[in-house]
Design a protein around this ligand. Structure first.
Ligand code: DGY
Length: 321
C-alpha cells in the first residue's frame, strides 16, 4: 500500500505530477477556498504526510487525530500556524520554505514602503474618482524615501534583502535583532540599535520578524509612542506582531504618519476592521511572496521536503525547536 498524502489546497498539476507513482495523493480541490476543518480532521486520520498552507491551523488537537502522521510540510517560511512543539513531541517533522521567497518578499516590502510614503493608492483613488482638477503645490504630498532612515526590526534573510534595496535609495540603515549581525553591519553599512532607539530615530520602520511567543504584540502603544510623528510603519511579516488597536489609535491621532500592511492578525481582514477606514493606511492581502515564479518554487520545495521526509531522508528545511 502506498503511503497517504494530503494536500490542503489545489496546487498546479506540474507541481504534483509524479507524486502518485509512490504515494496515494488526496488534495483539496479548490484554489481559493481553504479546506474546512472537519474535512481536514477526517483526512488526517490516515495520512503519513501533510502539505499545508498558512491558512490551516495545525494545532495539537489536529495532530492528536493523525496517528500515522510523519511530516507536516508548510508552503511558507513562517510556521506560526503549526504547533511545532506538539508535532516534535510526537516525532512528527515540520518543514517550511525559506530562501526561495526572500527577494520577492523584499521587493513587495519596498514597494509597499514607497506606496505608503508617496500615498500612491490614495492618489490613484483621487484620480479615478474625478477629484483631479488641477496640479497644486501641496496636493497629495508624502514623505521622501531617499536619504531617510530605515529601521529594520529583524535582520533575517528578508530584512537583509530589504536593506540592500534601501541602500540603492541612499537610505540610512539601522536594525534591531535579538543577536548582532556583525558581518551584515560591515557589508551593508547598517547599524545596530536597541529597539527603543530604532523607533525614535527611524523615518520608516519595517517589521521583518517571525511571529513567535516573544514577538507577539512586540509593537504596541508604548513602542508606537516612541516613533516620530512623520514615521511610516510597514509590516509584511505577520499581523500578530503589531497590536492593531494601538496602531489604529496612533494613526487616527496622527501620532505616526502612515502604515503599510500586507498582513493582519485575522486574515482575511474583516472589511469592517477600523484600520481599513483610515486614509493613511495602505493595505494588501498578504501578497509578499506572490510572484508566479516564487509561488511555484515554494510549492516545489514544500513537495520536496514532504517526499524527503517520507522516504527517510532528512528534509532540507526541517524546523527545529
Ligand atoms: C510566508 O512564507 O511565511 C509568507 O507569509 C507567505 O509567503
Amino acid at each position: 500500500m502506498k503511503p497517504k498524502i494530503y494536500i490542503t489546497r489545489k496546487l498546479p498539476e506540474q507541481i504534483i505530477e509524479g507524486l502518485s507513482r509512490n504515494y496515494d495523493v488526496r488534495m483539496w480541490d479548490q484554489e481559493d477556498i481553504p479546506v474546512p476543518r472537519e474535512v481536514l480532521v477526517e483526512e488526517m486520520k490516515e495520512v503519513e504526510g501533510l502539505l499545508c498552507l498558512l491558512t490551516e491551523q495545525i494545532d495539537e488537537s489536529l495532530i492528536e487525530q493523525a496517528p500515522n502522521l510523519k511530516i507536516i510540510a508548510n508552503m511558507a517560511v513562517g510556521h506560526n500556524n503549526i504547533d511545532v512543539q506538539s508535532a516534535t513531541k510526537r516525532g512528527i517533522m515540520v518543514t517550511n520554505t525559506p530562501g526561495v521567497l526572500t527577494e520577492t518578499t523584499a521587493d513587495l516590502t519596498f514597494g509597499l514602503l514607497l506606496a505608503t510614503a508617496r500615498r500612491m493608492m490614495e492618489a490613484e483613488d483621487y484620480l479615478r474618482n474625478g477629484k483631479w482638477e488641477t496640479w497644486s503645490p501641496m496636493q497629495l504630498t508624502g514623505q521622501d524615501v531617499h536619504g531617510a532612515t530605515l529601521g529594520i526590526i529583524g535582520l533575517g534573510r528578508i530584512g537583509e534583502a530589504l536593506a540592500k534595496r534601501a541602500k540603492g535609495f541612499d537610505m540610512n540603515l539601522v536594525y534591531f535583532n535579538r543577536s548582532r549581525k556583525y558581518e551584515q553591519e560591515k557589508e551593508l553599512g547598517i547599524e545596530y540599535q536597541p529597539l527603543e532607539k530604532l523607533l525614535q530615530i527611524s523615518d520608516f520602520v519595517c517589521v521583518m520578524l517571525p511571529l513567535t511567543a516573544e514577538t507577539a504584540y512586540m509593537i504596541g502603544k508604548e513602542q508606537l509612542e516612541l516613533m516620530k510623528g512623520t514615521a511610516v510603519l510597514i509590516n509584511t511579516a505577520r499581523g500578530g506582531i503589531i497590536d492593531e488597536k494601538a496602531l489604529y489609535q496612533a494613526l487616527e491621532n496622527r501620532e505616526i504618519w502612515a502604515a503599510g500592511l500586507d498582513v493582519f492578525e485575522e486574515e482575511p481582514v474583516p472589511l469592517d476592521h477600523p484600520l481599513l477606514t483610515l486614509p493613511n493606511v495602505v493595505t494588501l492581502p498578504h501578497i509578499g511572496s506572490a510572484s508566479i515564479a516564487t509561488r511555484m518554487k515554494m510549492a516545489t520545495l514544500a513537495v520536496q521536503n514532504l517526499v524527503d521526509g517520507l522516504s527517510g531522508d532528512t528534509p532540507r528545511n526541517l524546523v527545529l525547536l
